[in-house]
Design a binder for this molecule. Structure first.
Ligand code: GUN
Length: 359
């Protein structure tokens, strides 16, 4: 009886003491993620969600994470970022280009919270930017497309005309023309990251113009699904989309954000994080090939894997000259590499592209 009372009293004391304790250094870091489209099971947002899960797995109880999905790149985003900061998230990732100005604004209002913006170029003392070299991925798929096309006409469903997307379109075309100089690549712009209905319409239009290998820089599998329906070929972009594309799915590029998120969270916890811009890629293990079609000829698969290995080893860069722009003017001389500063502001098309930038 006495023993039971003592136990109860000590439990009460422990509870009271723990209520009085200030937040402990070992409290988990609250990390928030903001996604622009539904997580689903494919593409860009899904790849970030996989990264969030890897962060949780690698960090154990050192972090606790939450996410908000389908947040439009409008004033709504500002509200969501503020809300996460107010709820005690000390590290917040915004995973879409169009969140940039909202994140700058909210970062200024919450100087003790660290913000990281995927693919942006603006920074503040407590706002950094991070991105992956997705043009390397696009190049590798381009090599496969160039080998597989019979009509020599590729088609691309493009999202938003920013340097990231223009680089990807160019790298895809350069990769294709490196193995088949007769290739042309036709673009349809959607001005949107995620609009499955319009993605499908654009794919069908490209197919009706004779394009027999399609690529996309949008978030749904609608393009590879349309390719399958019409008996042409396509790719998974940012995740393996073979379950959507079936036989039409030649290969996919997978993004691995987990280690990026883990490193940033570790730095914030250690107090060593500094605002900067990070650009990682194949060499860092952040970009890989997956979902090869069993029907892909062995020599084509081997070629793509060899280019992947060369990029990984730092022996090859997709933007190695000689390279010409759409008008036939050389912009990188033979043997030279178009450097990061130029790649980051790329705003023109390379030789072989048909179409123009949206006004
Ligand atoms: N938002 C949704 N998809 C994307 C993407 O592919 N890139 C960037 N920068 N933002 C996105």
């Amino acid at each position: 009886m006495l023993l039971t009372r003592l136990k109860t009293l000590s439990a009460v004391a422990v509870l009271a003491l723990s209520c009085l304790q200030p937040a402990h250094a070992a409290d988990p870091l609250k990390v928030g993620f903001v996604y622009t489209s539904p997580i689903g099971d494919h593409g860009w947002t899904y790849s970030h969600e996989q990264g969030r899960r890897v962060l949780e797995e690698l960090s154990g109880n050192k972090v606790s994470t939450s996410f908000v999905e389908s947040v439009p790149e409008t004033a709504d985003a500002e509200r969501v970022f503020r809300d996460l900061a107010q709820k005690g998230h000390k590290l917040i990732f915004g995973t879409s280009f169009g969140y940039m100005n909202q994140m700058v604004k909210v970062a200024k209002a919450f100087p003790n919270t660290t913000f990281m913006h995927a693919t942006g170029y603006k920074t503040e003392k407590n706002l950094g930017a991070y991105d992956l070299r997705t043009y390397e991925a696009a190049y590798m798929l381009g090599v496969i497309a160039g080998k597989m096309s019979k009509t020599n006409k590729l088609g691309m469903v493009a999202s938003v005309p920013i340097p990231e997307v223009i680089r990807n379109i160019n790298a895809f075309t350069i990769g294709a023309r490196s193995v088949n100089p007769a290739i042309t690549n036709r673009i349809v712009w959607l001005n949107s990251w995620f609009d499955p209905g319009r993605e499908r319409e654009a794919a069908l239009a490209l197919i009706s113009q004779g394009c027999d290998v399609l690529m996309q820089n949008v978030n749904s599998p609608a393009v590879v699904q349309a390719a399958q329906e019409k008996g042409v070929m396509g790719f998974g972009w940012y995740s393996d989309m073979s379950k959507f594309g079936g036989k039409a799915h030649l290969a996919a590029v997978v993004l691995n954000w987990g280690p990026v998120y883990k490193k940033i969270a570790d730095e914030v916890q250690a107090g060593t994080w500094k605002s900067d811009k990070r650009w990682l890629g194949t060499r860092d293990g952040a970009i890989s090939l997956a979902g090869f079609s069993p029907d892909l000829p062995a020599d084509v698969k081997k070629l793509a894997e060899e280019r992947h290995a060369a990029i990984k080893a730092g022996k090859f860069h997709p933007f190695t000259g000689p390279l010409k722009d759409q008008a036939g003017k050389e912009f990188v001389a033979a043997g030279k590499v178009y450097d990061d500063a130029d790649l980051l502001k790329m705003n023109f098309f390379v030789e072989g592209l048909e179409g123009s930038m949206p006004k």
